[in-house]
Design a protein around this ligand. Structure first.
Ligand code: MGD
Ligand code: MGD
Ligand code: MO
Length: 820
């Protein structure tokens, strides 16, 4: 029995009749039952809440929880996340790093590792933290990268890492994220909040009031399969109703997208094809029509907006580039003909129209502009704040649009050092470097340390850090341009990664510590990320495999090395933490919702809070813009932003504008050499890189064991490629192998490789072919603009050919090469 299990039973004994029987007897009768029939346990994940059948110490079967009426097939991949050859089994140290005792990095990435004991690994980790703080200072340590750690409020692994490392010393951290870096930075200037993470107008209001719904660069049917908390797919009943209304002709749905995406195929709705990365030109043509045909809502602009005149002067060609943004001008760029642009503008104002934006469109160069421009179009239409009207930036994400219950959710494990405490190395001298960097600029730091960059109205000096600690994120998936990363990683002295899967990040690390999966620990979470629908008991399904440990145990042992473990744990073990998070939540909901005793909840597994009330975004602002002012500098919708204009940036000026991209298909820059736009959208059958290691499930979509590359059939035929062929995709930044899937959902000139495909370089050398098909082998590592400094992954041109050479084996999976 593990310590936590024991203390849980102690807890049960103290509060229930079980004390009469005694904990040992209780455990053994349970154990006997489990041996003969197995047990079913409730738990949950980003992919869904479920019941798992445990038998003979193994997870045998996973089935969706009854409350989930639209489970994703990714539930079938969960078993393979626990049991697969890519699990990190033991603490491992990179051979040459260990052997040479100097921080030579030329063989970094050759995947040769030595197995060490937990004590050896943690001693090395601690030794390196000491050395960095002593020899350099807090500016030399980057422990700020975050990502899609597994669900569960207590075991939130990045918090564990940052609290423990933060108790030792200060470090470099980040601002923003890869999801919405450009959007979340621009929108506070325009609509007064990030918008991307705000609750949106309820789906019922859209279904009841909208006559037109524009799905702009959004694929909710695909992307709502996963959620930030434990997912129960509450948006899907609404999507099904929308489908019915489309079929009956009650709502017109139009997708503005270069590809026919999964949502469009599901809804069977109309498609407005647009050239990739050209939406702003298209929208300027729409604004030109709304203005010159006198279709826009003058009262709304007057009452709720600032800076319309300055923007319209630009549209009319009176300022800046002096080009009139006619539909004809736009058509040349965006590939939608001028009459269709006019028709689209007229449709927007013909009746109640809801615009729903996705996020991919801002993960590109100048990604701030389409978001700003979208708000300007919505303002001209004048329906912001009306049920079923206006604009949303998040209905494809984590159940935004499902009404919130408003009940308190359990808090999490604290990320920071407790108040009144100081780190062991209490040094706040960052040597003139910035302490916080825009999230996607961390590789620039390694390649151009000391460089001053502009960011969101301030200046950032890129720190010359020497060591990285990585937990709950996978930079060798999430960041762009692998060969540039290889070059940058030569500068790092020490990289420590804590993970349960031997990702490419482990391959490029020096010390790798085996965490266990969420299915090997107890936790508590919310289900319904935005609805706050209820609480879920995340029961431990099996004991940690191999030598893996919970992140909590790992960092308890690290902090013990400098005498801070009691402060780190606050003297509580796993179940005591889970109980205390529940108790605080119960207290917070007193008088509003009476939650049962913890043991009852834990036994039941699910606590349903019921449903929330429908709601309309910005309705309060519409009702009274003075009292309910927006969070913008003026309190109004800022079509022109004085504040941004004052920053004096080239690629984000006082109002939204069209800027040409560094790489653009369909006749744009770079397209004569590399004619194809590669989009690296979010995967249909993974969560980023998570679940790629799930072998049997991966085999359901791979082509000759490689990641699929989706191709237009005519484009493929022109290169002699058939469905199922191996394809080499390349540009000047890199090359990869992928398997051809031909589908006319993709127009000519557009290909897709989904992000999160595991990087499998043939060897550690710069330029080596990626044997599995990670699109970030090919993407550009450039900022969106001086405003957000966000990722521009989708500004990427490539070429491809049929692969005819000797086929290399896939190197991405199966863990390290163990050297004894
Ligand atoms: N080209 C391209 N690149 C992209 C994107 C794109 O659209 N195109 N999208 C970007 C976006 S939006 C995002 S959000 C990022 C996602 O980037 P990440 O969040 O870095 O991606 P994940 O694959 O989810 O990586 C999570 C890692 O944490 C590990 N992990 C999970 N739970 C735990 C835990 O409890 N303990 C420990 N120790 N480890 C754990 C997982 O095994 C996995 O390796 O990718 C970005 N990258
Ligand atoms: N299954 C699954 N769901 C997920 C995730 C996952 O990994 N797997 N990740 C989650 C996370 S972290 C995030 S950030 C979100 C991401 O959410 P998004 O970024 O919105 O998702 P994507 O699927 O990358 O892109 C959505 C649509 O944008 C279109 N698009 C791309 N570029 C352009 C353009 O220039 N113009 C126009 N008009 N359309 C364009 C694409 O063709 C696609 O149909 O998804 C979340 N949901
Ligand atoms: Mo994301």
């Amino acid at each position: 029995m593990s310590i936590s299990r024991r203390s849980f039973l102690k807890g049960v004994a103290a509060t229930s009749a079980a004390s009469v029987i005694g904990p040992s007897l209780l455990a053994s009768s349970k154990a006997i039952a489990a041996e003969t029939t197995g047990t079913w346990k409730v738990s949950g994940s980003h992919w869904g809440a479920f019941r798992a059948h445990i038998y003979a110490g193994k997870v045998q079967e996973i089935k969706a929880l009854e409350i989930d009426q639209y489970p994703t097939e990714m539930l079938n991949g969960i078993k393979g996340v626990i049991y697969n050859p890519s699990r990190v089994r033991y603490p491992m140290v990179r051979l040459d790093w260990l052997k040479k005792h100097k921080y030579s990095a030329e063989t970094r990435g050759n995947n040769r590792f030595v197995r060490v004991t937990w004590d050896e690994a943690l001693d090395l980790f601690y030794r390196e933290l000491e050395r960095i703080q002593k020899d350099y200072g807090p500016w030399a340590l980057h422990a700020g990268q975050t990502g899609w750690r597994q669900t569960g409020q207590f075991h939130s692994c990045t918090s564990h890492m940052q609290r423990a490392v933060g108790m030792h010393g200060n470090y470099i951290t980040k601002v923003g994220d890869y999801s919405t870096g450009a959007g979340q930075t621009i929108m506070p200037y325009v609509l007064g909040s990030t918008e991307v993470y705000a609750q949106g107008t309820s789906w019922s209001e859209i279904l009841n009031h909208s006559k037109n719904v524009v799905l702009w660069a959004t694929d909710p049917v695909k992307n709502l399969q996963v959620g930030w908390n434990c997912e129960t797919h509450e948006s899907y009943p609404y999507l099904e109703q929308l489908k019915n209304k489309v079929a009956k002709g009650e709502i017109k749905v139009l997708s503005v997208d270069p590809v026919k995406n999964k949502t469009q195929r599901y809804l069977g709705n109309e498609h407005l094809y647009i050239n990739p990365q050209t939406d702003v030109a298209f929208m300027l043509g729409v604004a030109h029509t709304l203005y010159n045909e006198d279709l826009y809502d003058k009262d709304f602009i007057k009452m709720y907006c600032l800076g319309f005149e300055e923007f319209i002067d630009y549209v009319q060609g009176k300022t800046k580039d002096r080009i009139e943004k006619t539909p004809e001008w736009a058509a040349e760029i965006c590939g939608v003909n001028a009459d269709q642009i006019r028709e689209f503008a007229r449709m927007l104002v013909s009746d109640r129209t809801q615009i729903l934006f996705g996020w991919c469109i801002q993960r590109q160069e100048h990604g701030e502009q389409p978001y700003w421009m979208g708000a300007v179009i919505a303002a001209m239409v004048g329906q912001i704040g009306l049920p079923g009207g206006g604009i949303s930036y998040g209905h494809h994400y984590s159940g935004i649009g499902v009404p919130s219950t408003g009940f308190a959710a359990p808090g999490g494990f604290p990320r920071n050092v407790d108040e009144g405490h100081k780190p062991k190395w209490d040094n706040n001298d960052f040597n003139g470097y910035s302490r916080t960097i825009p999230v996607a600029r961390w590789v620039d730091c390694l390649l151009e340390p000391g460089k001053e960059i502009r960011y969101n109205g301030s200046k950032v000096i890129l720190p010359d850090y020497k060591m990285m600690v990585i937990s709950g994120n996978n930079p060798w998936h999430h960041h762009q341009d692998r060969n540039r990363m290889k070059q940058a990683f030569q500068k790092l002295q020490t990289v420590v990664t804590i993970d349960f899967a031997w990702t490419a990040t482990c391959r490029f690390s020096d010390i790798v510590l085996p965490a266990c999966t969420q299915f090997e620990r107890n936790d508590i979470d919310v289900y319904g990320s935005y609805s706050g629908r209820g609480l879920l008991a995340m029961h431990k399904l099996v004991d940690p495999l191999y030598q893996s440990k919970t992140d909590f145990e790992i960092f308890t042992e690290l902090t013990r090395r400098f005498g801070r473990h009691k402060e780190y744990t606050r003297g509580m073990d796993e179940m005591e933490w889970v109980r205390s998070l529940y108790a605080d939540c119960r207290e917070a909901n007193k008088g509003k919702f009476e939650m049962p005793e913890f043991d009852e909840f834990w036994e039941q597994g699910v606590l349903d809070f019921g449903t929330g009330k429908p709601w309309v975004r910005h309705a309060d602002f519409r009702q009274d813009p003075e009292i309910n002012a927006l969070g913008t500098p003026s309190g109004f919708i800022e079509i022109t932003s004085r504040k941004i204009a004052r920053y004096g940036y080239d690629h984000c000026q006082g109002h939204p504008m069209w800027f040409e991209k560094s790489e653009r298909s369909h006749g744009g820059p770079g397209s004569s050499k590399h004619p194809f736009w590669m989009q690296s959208c979010h995967p249909d059958k993974r969560l980023h890189s998570q679940m790629c290691e799930s072998d049997a499930f991966r085999a359901t979509y791979t082509v000759q064991d490689r990641e699929p590359v989706y191709l237009n059939p005519e484009d493929a035929a022109a290169k002699g490629i058939k469905d199922g062929d191996l394809v080499r995709v390349f540009n000047d930044r890199g090359q990869l192998l992928a398997g051809a899937v031909l589908t006319d959902s993709y127009p000519r000139g557009v290909i897709r490789i989904e992000e999160g495909a595991w990087y499998g370089p043939l060897n550690e050398k710069i330029g080596a072919i990626d044997t599995y098909g990670d699109p970030n082998t090919l993407t550009q590592d450039i900022p969106s603009s001086e405003l957000a400094q966000a990722t521009s992954a989708n500004t990427c041109l490539v070429n491809f050919e049929k692969f005819t050479g000797e086929v290399p084996p896939v190197t991405a999976f199966g863990g390290p090469i163990e050297i004894s």
